[in-house]
Design a protein around this ligand. Structure first.
Ligand code: CTP
Length: 406
């Protein structure tokens, strides 16, 4: 994902005085690998930890250190850089650099360019844990957040000073991943997105249930993609072993009926994505005691139908944009389009389940249908596919709203 988002971006990397300054080299390498342009600005302190020549070689551009550089045309390097930047990333950001930004000081080129730029600024702090938790730093942090700066980390763990605690610079890969998330255009800002995910478990007795192989991965990735696009996301999931994506509100349920109730309680969603593999039926009777094996060679279990969640959502008076999924072993397009019609959906994402395409795997391929068109999405990791699908959902959602309003 970072590849697509960071490609072509102009990043000013501010490096300040911290033992973690050596990690700036890897940050530059990762940025350039995915096609971003990097220009480095160093504080005097940073130059004590890593040489400008190293960062110049890796970034392929001269490193700016002096505020008043006689070699720079009109000695206004900080203004040029401030205008050039799409983003300013300060990594590592020392306690001193944070304090200087709060005060709006201009005696070094990094602080001066941060005052002059209109580009968003992200800071990845790195310092001793006592310095990090000190009231002065915490107050500075609150001011920086209040002014709209983004804070990446810090991490906890062993510190270079021999102490343990919060204050370690995040790993370069984590910094790049978080930065690219911040760069995603917030096209769903102010919108509420509901995603159902995972399987449902329909209890038979205290030890048995009817379930399916859904892992919940695609739903979780979709929730994450919607949050990245700026939406308020409610993820309603059946039993899964997955970590909640950041900035997502998660509600755990077990059965289809519980999922139905939670979804129907949310009346003001803008988009509802039914990614859960909801059990079509549940046992007609729940046995409070474990069912014992009988002597008979066959036995049967009476089932009753569960209510269809996305159909109920699509029948609401104030109807959100509704997206369904269809996992099929045969006649994929025909069945998927049939479900779109029968369930009154705006869009259906179909995937083939078969001998090489395992339900619950990390990869998938999709064929997405809507009333006026369709789009195939080639086999890819679900994280990638979810972002591709979310982009299409936003496009169709916007198109539908613009026709409604015209
Ligand atoms: N779905 C739902 N509530 C149900 C059953 C399904 O919201 N009780 C949603 C799923 O989340 C998915 C879509 O409907 O988005 C299609 O689910 P699927 O199980 O493929 O469809 P069914 O209608 O159950 O058809 P079948 O099992 O016969 O293929």
């Amino acid at each position: 994902m970072a590849e697509e988002i960071l490609a072509g971006k102009k990043i000013v990397l501010g490096v300040s005085g911290s033992i973690a300054a050596y990690k700036a080299a890897e940050i530059i390498r990762l940025c350039r690998k995915v096609g971003a342009e990097v220009k480095v600005v160093m504080t005097e302190g940073a130059c004590e930890f890593i040489t400008p020549l190293t960062l110049q070689t890796l970034s392929g551009s001269p490193v700016a250190i002096d505020l008043l550089d006689a070699d720079e045309e009109s000695a206004m390097g900080h203004i040029k850089l401030a205008r050039w930047a799409d983003w300013v990333l300060i990594a590592p950001a020392s306690a001193n650099t944070m304090a200087r930004l709060v005060q709006g000081r201009t005696e070094d080129i990094l602080s001066a360019l941060c005052l002059a730029t209109e580009a968003p600024i992200a800071l990845a702090p790195a310092m001793n844990n006592k310095m990090w938790t000190h009231e002065a730093t915490q107050q500075n942090l609150a001011v920086l957040i209040g002014r709209g700066n983004y804070i990446l980390g810090p991490d906890s763990g062993d510190q270079a000073c021999g102490e343990q605690g919060k204050g370690r610079l995040l790993e370069p890969e984590q910094i790049i991943a978080l930065l690219s998330q911040l760069m995603v255009p917030k096209r769903l800002s102010g919108k509420r997105v509901v995603v159902t995910a995972g399987p449902t478990h329909e209890p038979i007795d205290p030890v048995r249930y009817i379930g399916n192989r859904s892992s919940g991965k695609m739903g979780f990735e979709l929730a994450s993609a919607a949050a990245e696009a700026g939406a308020e996301v409610i993820l309603i999931t059946g039993p899964v072993h997955l970590t909640t994506p950041s900035a997502v509100c998660r509600i755990d349920v077990e059965t289809a009926e519980q999922m139905y109730d939670v979804v129907m309680d949310i009346s003001d969603a803008d988009i509802v994505i039914g990614c859960a593999a909801v059990a079509d039926h549940r046992p007609a009777k729940y046995h409070k005691k474990k069912i014992k094996k009988s002597d008979s060679e066959s036995s049967s279990l009476a089932l009753i139908k569960n209510r269809d969640i996305i159909t109920a959502v699509s029948l609401r008076k104030e109807r959100p944009f509704v997206v369904g999924f269809a996992a099929e072993t045969e006649n994929m397009a025909e069945y998927a389009k049939g479900k779109m019609k029968a369930k009154n959906l705006d869009m259906v994402a179909a995937n083939q389940v078969g001998k090489d395409l395992v339900f619950g795997a990390d990869i998938n391929a999709l064929h997405v249908f809507w009333s006026e068109g369709d789009q195939t999405m080639a086999t890819a990791f679900k994280s990638h596919l979810a972002r591709e699908l979310m982009t299409l959902i936003i496009e169709r959602y916007d198109a539908k709203n613009s026709t409604k309003n015209s």
